[in-house]
Write a protein that binds this ligand. Structure first.
Ligand code: MRU
Length: 349
């Protein structure tokens, strides 16, 4: 299985996704600041993957924090803040940091040494749970994929974006493993090329047929009847079902509606943020415009021209056919269904 995240006794180990598909290089990171920088620089990316990575980083940091209980909890909180500041849109990051901090606060009376052990166990449990969650989500979603369905996906919501197996690509994997001759059309996903580089690499790795298209080709292919279903991941889902995901997702959803093609979002309940009423409240990460105009160290637009890079967009829930979670498939009206699966998710924690 593809392993984007791992650990040693004193390090968090990350597959450097900036170098894929050309080179498979693993980095060993030994401080929270190194991990925060790796998250910011997209060494590791994808909402569930950065959450699990942050949990492992906090458990690692706990070994370096003072033995005094108050100072320990304060140090853990500060380290958590540095990690969550790395990327603002994916709620899995603050969800994971919150889970680790709550466990430490709840059990601090047992002594700092015992808390350190617990955080190590908990972060590794979160890693394994993420894979199990994706498998469950994949099973629910596979039933929605037509036989020999041609699936359009945007960005990379695969094994690389999680601890393993993937969300949107987890649904594809489950369908494929169940004997469905499914195939994938991967939007290249400018400007970081998650589709062309990462989804294509993952699908090739598992022998699942995959064709890369430029982001602008989706409408044409839908018009010709070459796409049966759209499945994407999510970085944050608001209580009303609005979905923040990689920039370009909204355009795909509008096209899918125009052509009567189902538009599914596959995400674990840790991506649902019931504190946020609608997509309008979701913070959208703004990245450096240079990442748009400099490709492979080569400037492709004239020096001095402006370049914008909102890294995510919001798809209104009215365009979403259903949201596939580990606790089942939620359809409109979303409020009630999302609250229900979140409750099931919280008790499983
Ligand atoms: O900027 P990225 O690569 O972290 O964006 C990732 C996405 O938008 C994914 O679709 C999302 O995080 C879901 S990953 C299972």
């Amino acid at each position: 299985m593809i392993k984007p995240i791992g650990w040693t006794d004193d390090a968090v180990v990350l597959l450097d996704q900036r170098l894929l598909p050309g080179r498979e290089v693993y980095l060993e990171l030994r401080t929270v600041d190194e991990v925060a920088a790796a998250i910011r620089d997209l060494v590791v990316r994808g909402a569930p993957a950065i959450g699990v990575t942050a949990a492992l980083a906090l458990a690692m940091e706990a070994d370096q924090l003072p033995d005094d209980p108050d100072e320990f909890l304060r140090g853990l909180a500060e380290a958590g803040d540095r990690l969550t500041a790395a990327r603002p849109t994916a709620v899995n990051l603050s969800w994971a940091v919150g889970r680790i901090r709550r466990l430490a606060a709840r059990t601090i009376a047992d002594g700092v040494e015992r808390v350190r052990e617990r955080l190590r166990e908990e972060s590794r449990l979160m890693y394994h749970q993420d894979i199990e969650i994706n498998r469950a989500l994949g099973r629910h979603g596979a039933a929605l994929v037509p036989v020999a369905g041609r699936v359009l996906t945007h960005c990379n919501a695969g094994a690389l974006a999680t601890a393993g197996y993937g969300t949107a690509l987890g649904v594809v994997r489950a369908a494929f493993e169940g004997g469905n001759a499914v195939s994938v059309l991967a939007d290249e996903t400018r400007p970081f090329w998650q589709g062309a580089r990462l989804t294509a690499w993952e699908m090739q790795h598992d022998g699942i047929p995959c064709t890369v298209i430029t982001d602008s080709m989706a409408g044409h292919l839908m018009q010709r009847g070459d796409i049966d279903v759209v499945i994407v991941g999510a970085d944050r889902i608001a209580a009303n079902g609005d979905v923040a995901n990689k920039i370009g997702t909204y355009s795909v959803a509008v096209l899918a509606r125009e052509h009567g093609i189902p538009f599914y979002v596959a995400a674990p309940t840790s991506t649902i943020d019931l504190q946020v009423a609608s997509g309008a409240e979701i913070p959208i990460e703004q990245r450096n415009g240079d990442e748009v105009v400099i490709v492979n160290h080569q400037r492709i637009a004239p020096a001095g021209v402006g370049a914008a890079y909102p890294a995510f967009d919001v798809t209104p829930s009215r365009l979403v056919t259903a949201i596939i979670t580990e606790h089942g498939v939620v359809r409109a009206p979303f409020e009630e269904g999302l609250a229900g699966v979140c409750l099931a998710g919280a008790s499983a924690e």
